[in-house]
Design a protein around this ligand. Structure first.
Ligand SMILES: [Zn+2]
Length: 422
């Protein structure tokens, strides 16, 4: 498993851990590995350090069901907290993924103020426990810990189970969508996310975008070579995570609305039975068939919004963008900009177009917000005269006026995430 941390690409609390599995061929068989990758930093193998430092252990349960936390002796208070949380989270994940069996977890916990940005651990595979390893920086200890426990752990638990039933090609939207859907639900139960409503509206807007909808069905696992791609690539990946999560949520919600009591477990049972019957994992079309057959849902058309909803979403984006930043975070600004980028059939008044232009070029806004503002503008190239807009805005804004129109146009194209979408 590979955990990718796109820290610089995102606003503060929004700094997600994004998780991806590398193709198995990259690793020696019979090894269990976990990598924490921050994009742009070479990964260091810390297996020996983890094994030397983490001499204490807490264990609950037996065999492949157990929860095990290995830690540095000075971290016993933290380790107990992690242990307690992992156990509740594991039982919650098992409940949500019923009837699929969810194996236990082996968690390494260390503390260091000079940890490498990207690191990993690889152990001989003696059992089927999910391996996670984290080094907390004492200066950001709680943040690091709650990220790995509430965001990474449930997400990875889902991967480790569902991956066995799916072929690699064309099913990532479901695997990562489900991992994020389950992960976010659990995270919401264990923490307070003051933006959870805005986050959901924003993800629904992302799913509405036709480029994103076309891209998710062909979304492939991250490859080693992807790690050197620029920010816009990872921002586009983040859009695919959000849309896939919204899609899985929509499949569940739509089925429930039609009276189905436990659509997810119905689907997972069907998936399990299909694999048992054929003896091989399900591919993209097989998965879409299962969903159609058992939940009466056509995934390819799900998630498109009608005109009225689009208009309402754009209005909610305006209010998110006029809210002051809460707790110093600019998440509301990201969500608002993301909605304006993805609901691109709705025409915007000139003051909002100018706002997007200033935001795209504002160095303080954060690079993901810059990109989504630029994307919102370049996606409207057919509706608006972008060149004229820049010229008009440059007359009013001295900072814009310092650059030429063509430089600004080029910069908007460079920032747009669309080169990484279909
Ligand atoms: Zn994932």
């Amino acid at each position: 498993m590979l955990s990718v941390f796109y820290e610089k690409a995102l606003p503060l609390v929004f700094a997600l851990w994004l998780i991806a599995s590398l193709p198995v061929s990259n690793f020696a068989q019979n090894k269990e590995t976990f990598w924490h990758i921050e994009t742009g930093y070479k990964a260091v193998d810390l297996t020996k350090v983890f094994e030397r430092e983490c001499t204490e252990v807490l264990v609950d349960g037996n065999g492949s069901d157990r929860v095990e936390v290995r830690f540095q002796p000075n971290l016993h208070v933290k380790a107990n907290e992690v242990f307690r949380n992992l156990r509740s989270m594991l039982s919650r994940t098992r409940q949500m993924l019923r009837p699929l069996p969810v194996n236990g977890i082996r968690f390494y916990l260390m503390q260091s103020s000079d940890r490498p940005q990207s690191y990993g651990i690889r152990l001989s595979k003696n059992d089927d426990l999910l391996l996670l390893a984290v080094i907390v920086d004492p200066a950001h200890e709680d943040r690091n810990l709650s990220d790995i426990i509430y965001k990474t752990a449930p997400h990875e638990m889902v991967h480790s189970v569902v991956h066995r039933y799916l072929r690699d090609s064309g099913t990532r939207w479901f695997e990562d969508g489900l991992a994020d859907y389950v992960g976010r639900q659990i995270s919401d139960e264990f923490t307070s996310d003051e933006f959870s409503n805005e986050r959901q509206i924003s993800a629904r807007a992302t799913l509405h975008q036709s480029r994103v909808r076309q891209s998710i069905l062909d979304w492939h696992q991250l490859r080693q070579s992807d790690l050197s791609k620029g920010k816009a690539f990872f921002q586009a990946q983040t859009q695919l995570y959000d849309a896939s999560q919204a899609l899985v949520g929509k499949i569940v919600a739509d089925s429930e609305r039609r009276g189905m009591k436990t659509p997810l477990s119905l689907l997972l049972s069907a998936l399990r039975d299909q694999v048992a019957k054929t003896g091989k994992p399900v591919d993209r079309d097989g998965l879409l068939d299962l969903i159609r057959q058992h939940l009466q849902v056509d995934v390819k058309t799900l998630g498109r919004l009608d005109k009225e909803t689009q208009q309402k979403m754009v209005e909610s984006a305006y209010s998110m963008l006029t809210l002051p930043a809460r707790n110093g975070d600019s998440e509301n600004k990201f969500f608002g900009t993301n909605i304006l980028a993805n609901i691109d059939e709705v025409q915007l008044p000139e003051n909002w177009l100018k706002y997007l232009l200033r935001t795209a070029l504002d160095e303080k806004a954060g690079s993901y917000i810059n990109s989504m503002a630029a994307t919102a503008l370049t996606r409207r190239e057919r509706q608006i005269d972008l060149k004229r807009l820049i010229e008009k805005a440059s007359l009013e804004d001295q900072k814009l006026g310092e650059r030429t129109t063509s430089t600004i146009l080029k910069e908007l194209k460079r920032l747009s995430i669309d080169k990484w979408l279909k």
